[in-house]
Design a protein around this ligand. Structure first.
Ligand SMILES: Cc1cc2nc3c(=O)[nH]c(=O)nc-3n(C[C@H](O)[C@H](O)[C@H](O)COP(=O)(O)OP(=O)(O)OC[C@H]3O[C@@H](n4cnc5c(N)ncnc54)[C@H](O)[C@@H]3O)c2cc1C
Ligand SMILES: NC(=O)c1ccc[n+]([C@@H]2O[C@H](COP(=O)([O-])OP(=O)(O)OC[C@H]3O[C@@H](n4cnc5c(N)ncnc54)[C@H](O)[C@@H]3O)[C@@H](O)[C@H]2O)c1
Length: 465
């Protein structure tokens, strides 16, 4: 028996993976109800990857123009205009935060869509908008994360921005204090600085992009400081209060951020980029056995929520890497599992990630520290990009390096970082090496095109010790 409250599958939250798995399962012949209380596609297309990368493309164009002197002549004054970026974000990236096209695409695949908050209320049961729906085959949860706002005294008394307000901004503030120098803080700080905003970054960890190799954070700090960004690392914000800015700082209302070491930073606006928070309880995973204090939904290698029969979770909520490519990868695994199709289980050993700063930080697999914690015999090889032929030719903007981390016992690469121009693209070769466990001897014997950035991989491997 089927009625309009009973479906084979209910998908709660339509981030990139949720949207994908809902469509695939409907096309696979199942009846699918998909719920999202905001926009179909989630954070990535509307407030995340896509608009932020559009901003980065613009900021990088400015930086390249500024590199013309000494390489190619002059371009006259480079005059940033944020309104061009803001318009492109509206017109091309987000449709002015309207998901009509995405909803139509989803419904075109046969999915029933409701714009509502969904909550699991027991095995096979989901409540949304006062109706209780039944899922015959299962529930897929893809509710993502929200900005984690740190408990800094006074922060709630000032109108701080998160990625949402910044992505939607029609104008940039004259000055900002960015709390958090992870992926979001670093990428968007550089964008704002290149558009003329005075930027101060405050990062509590000892380095920027602290989850990556220390060389990445150290070099990024050098580059940021050379571009005029003030960077405080190893110190958090103690308190925030309203302040009146003097004319040099733009005048009018602003904020004063007092750091734990007593440093005071005054700016027009605070931007909070201190990480993201998943909430398994808000979506009712506690009603199907997930511990109420869990930070993430615990999943096995098929993305089945442990202990909760007929419930799958994907995306940031699983804590396996807060990236769109993880959400999409897991969506594929869940679709196969639900449809009873064969396929490999989830494997995160070769997880690639790219921080789209300039220089770009590509990374895959383990950092050196993670590798040393796991393996007895670790070798590391590092080549500064400026020492490679292509890096030397490139000159301005060639900061970076290629670092390869190997498990010497098995003779395979287990991690790598490729920081530099097109660092994310260069990383692709090493992602294959880590994923396929390509023997180091094979990597040593292949031909690397001359003069490319990726040729530095050969050199880094030759330096393994
Ligand atoms: C500024 C920024 C830049 C980023 N850049 C990149 C990048 O370059 N590359 C990359 O790989 N990743 C990037 N990310 C991360 C990326 O956006 C996320 O990893 C990606 O969106 C996948 O998230 P998700 O699938 O968990 O769901 P999300 O995209 O977080 O979507 C979850 C959806 O669930 C909905 N929802 C939540 N609770 C409920 C509920 N109870 N009922 C109904 N609906 C609900 C929400 O409205 C939302 O639409 C960036 C993130 C940010 C913030
Ligand atoms: N290019 C990409 O793929 C990309 C870009 C942006 C975001 N993302 C994803 O989104 C996730 C969230 O990004 P994010 O930058 O918010 O988180 P993050 O975890 O990468 O960085 C947050 C940083 O804030 C710092 N911090 C925490 N509390 C602080 C405080 N009180 N004062 C100062 N610093 C503090 C942390 O030490 C950390 O380094 C990332 O982990 C990443 O997975 C990916």
């Amino acid at each position: 028996m089927s009625d309009d409250t009973t479906f084979d599958i209910i998908v709660i939250g339509l981030g990139p993976g949720g949207e994908d798995v809902a469509g695939t399962l409907a096309q696979g012949g199942l009846s699918v109800l998909a719920l999202d209380h905001r926009l179909v596609g989630g954070e990535c297309p509307y407030w995340g990857c896509i608009p932020s990368k559009m901003m980065i493309r613009a900021a990088d164009a400015l930086a390249e123009a500024r590199r013309v002197p000494g390489l190619a002549g002059t371009v006259g004054a480079v005059t940033p205009d944020w309104s061009v970026v803001a318009q492109r974000v509206r017109d091309e990236a987000t449709d002015d935060w309207d998901d009509t096209v995405a909803v139509e695409r989803l419904e075109g695949k046969g999915v029933t869509f409701r714009r509502a908050t969904g909550r699991i209320v027991g095995p096979g049961k989901v409540e949304a908008d006062g109706t209780t729906y039944t899922a015959r085959r299962g529930i897929v949860v893809n509710t993502g994360t929200t900005p984690a706002v740190p408990p800094v005294d006074g922060l709630e008394t000032v109108p701080y921005w998160t990625n949402h307000e910044l992505i939607e901004a029609k104008q940039l503030p004259a000055s900002v204090v960015v709390l958090g120098g992870g992926a979001i803080g670093s990428e968007l700080s550089q964008v704002m600085a290149r558009f003329g905003t005075t930027v101060t970054v405050v990062e509590a960890a000892p380095r920027l992009v602290a989850a990556e190799e220390p060389e990445s954070g150290d070099l990024l700090k050098e580059v940021f400081e050379a571009e005029g960004i003030t960077v405080h690392v190893g110190v958090g914000a103690d308190r925030v209060e309203k302040a009146t800015l003097d004319e040099g700082a733009g005048g009018g209302e602003g904020v004063k951020v007092v750091l734990a070491d007593g440093t005071e930073v005054v700016a027009k606006r605070v931007v909070v980029a201190t990480g993201r928070r998943a909430d398994p309880v808000a979506v009712g995973l506690d009603t199907v056995g997930v511990a109420s204090g869990a930070r993430f939904a615990p999943v096995d290698d098929r993305c089945r929520v442990e202990g909760a029969d007929g419930v799958w979770a994907i995306g940031d909520l699983t804590g396996k890497g807060a990236f769109t490519h993880v959400s999409m990868y897991q969506a594929g695994i869940v679709a196969r599992d639900v449809l009873g199709q064969e396929g490999p289980a989830a494997d995160y050993e070769a997880l690639p990630r790219v921080t789209f700063t300039d220089p770009e930080i590509g990374a895959v697999g383990l950092t050196e520290k993670q590798a040393r914690d796991r393996y007895d015999s670790v070798q590391v090889g590092l080549t500064p990009l400026a020492e490679t032929t292509r890096g030397w030719i490139h000159a301005k903007g060639h900061e970076g390096f290629i670092k390869v981390v190997a498990d010497a016992d098995r003779g395979v690469v287990v991690g790598a970082t490729t920081m530099g121009p097109a660092g994310g693209e260069v990383m692709g070769a090493l992602a294959v090496a880590v994923h396929a466990e390509v023997p180091l001897d094979t990597l040593r014997s292949m031909i690397y095109a001359y003069p490319t950035f990726h040729r530095g991989i050969e050199d880094a491997i030759s330096r393994l010790e």
